[in-house]
Design a protein around this ligand. Structure first.
Ligand code: GLY
Ligand code: MN
Length: 463
């Protein structure tokens, strides 16, 4: 649980980071999202930045932080008797505001005039990028701008300040993350124990999602569970488990308090890795373990990513799938055929933490820029790590037939890649191994209870 006074502390810190800006910070809660008609809605998901500063509250509420005074305000309307007949008694907006130490509560109808008078007096209104169209429209109406203007005029000051705060997790946030990682571990162990030949992927995905709902607030992103693990974020679970295949399972849970977990394991259907699968698995495992060993404050995460790619290259050279110098292969991007994604991303109240604010604000800075090389360019977080950063460590090796064909036709990196031998791996699938870590004073700690990871551990739990 996040203490009430943490929310006022966060707002105070935001105010101090933005002390030279002046104006109003306006944070909109997410609206309800209808599935097929207005009153039949998806599971409600509060906006993470709203929740970080103003707690869960509910839909339709707007939080305002006045940077020129000490005033924090909430604008929102209480449920009416018509709502209460269907939903039961609900806390008032004032009750909810109390939970995050805000005592100025106004009706929503006052917001328009309040914001307009701020704009008219020449003070700035700071808002974050909107990723939902209803939020975009609300900001447009509130600020008197067109949709494109709203997008152009997002506050970079606010983005930078929010990123600075949210990227460093406090002790109470780490407690929440540890708990929800345990739920992520349980989701995976539940799948591992039911991973039997003939079972459907859909059944396993459903079991896992059930665990996430029983012990948390549901999944942190749609479950990835597929024997076609070469597709990085395969959204389909329409296969039947087949002896000898690899099942890639990437999933995590979200807590009531809003924190996420994100683990990947790759399981041999039938219970035993083949020699060929084991060889590739051990390379990915080494990249995962060595990256965790390297993680510490002040290390460029981009360097840890490159090192993981080097381990991948060395491993693939040792099994005869690559040739040449591993470091050079990484630098030029030859390893990206096998690992076309980054080593990891920030994790927190979003599974890709704060991606809606702009990945480069979160993962890069003046010292570390994003690579333009295919594969390395997908690294979401590259900058120097700090104590309290929470990151995923998720190297992988994939055999993507469509990508292989393009590279073969282009003769791309033919000195580095043994395309002849690669033919034998076209139906291999993919392997990814992902853990969640927090950067500590001396290195890092893997969050959550241990989740089976070595060849023996995985094979033993599958039996
Ligand atoms: N596990 C989903 C992702 O990292 O993108
Ligand atoms: Mn991930």
């Amino acid at each position: 649980m996040i203490n009430s006074n943490s929310f006022s502390h966060r707002r105070m810190r935001l105010r101090s980071l933005m002390k030279d800006c002046g104006g109003l910070v306006v944070l909109l809660s997410n609206g309800e999202a209808p599935m097929n008609y207005l009153s039949n809605v998806y599971r409600y998901r509060q906006d993470s930045s709203f929740k970080y500063f103003f707690s869960q509250m509910r839909d339709g509420v707007v939080g305002v932080i006045d940077l020129d005074s000490d005033a924090d305000m909430v604008f929102g309307d209480d449920f009416t008797i018509d709502d209460i007949i269907w939903m039961g008694n609900q806390p008032t907006v004032s009750d909810l505001a109390n939970d995050c130490e805000v005592n100025k509560v106004n009706p929503l109808s006052d917001l328009d005039n309040f914001v307009k008078s701020t704009v008219n007096s020449g003070r700035k209104v700071h808002y974050l990028p909107a990723y939902r169209s209803d939020t975009l429209i609300k900001i447009a109406k509130l600020t008197g701008q067109g949709i494109e203007e709203v997008k152009q005029n997002v506050s970079e000051y606010l983005i930078r300040a929010v990123v600075e705060l949210r990227l460093i997790k406090s002790d109470e946030e780490i407690v929440e993350l540890d708990k929800i990682c345990n739920t992520g571990v349980l989701m995976h162990q539940t799948v591992m124990k039911s991973c039997k030949i003939g079972q459907t992927e859909q059944y396993l995905a459903g079991l896992a999602e059930g665990v996430s709902l029983s012990f948390g607030n549901g999944i942190s992103f749609p479950v990835i569970l597929s024997q076609n693990g070469q597709t990085l974020h395969n959204p389909f679970h329409n296969g039947i488990l087949t002896d000898g295949k690899l099942l890639l399972v990437d999933m995590g849970a979200e807590s009531e308090s809003g924190y996420c977990s994100d683990y990947t394991r790759t399981l041999p259907v039938g219970g035993k890795f083949s020699q060929k699968q084991k060889e590739i698995y051990e390379i990915v495992l080494k990249a995962n373990l060595e990256s965790i060993k390297l993680a510490k404050p002040g290390i460029k995460w981009q360097d840890v990513h490159f090192n993981a790619c080097k381990i991948v290259a060395e491993g693939l050279i040792s099994v005869g799938l690559m040739n040449g110098n591993a470091e050079e292969a990484v630098e030029l991007g030859a390893t990206s055929l096998f690992m076309p994604h980054g080593l990891g991303h920030a994790l927190g109240m979003d599974v890709h933490d704060m991606e809606s604010l702009g990945e480069n604000f979160v993962g890069y800075d003046r010292q570390v820029g994003r690579s333009t090389v295919f594969g390395h360019a997908s690294l979401r977080f590259g900058k120097e790590t700090k104590v309290g950063n929470v990151l995923t460590v998720e190297p992988g090796i994939y055999f993507i037939p469509q990508l292989i064909d393009i590279w073969v036709n282009e003769g791309k990196f033919k000195d580095f890649i043994n395309y002849h031998k690669l033919e034998q791996y076209r139906d291999f699938g993919g392997i990814r191994i992902e853990d969640d870590i927090v950067i500590t004073d001396n290195g890092c700690r893997v969050l959550g209870k241990p989740l089976e990871k070595t060849v023996d551990e995985v094979q033993n739990i599958l039996i």
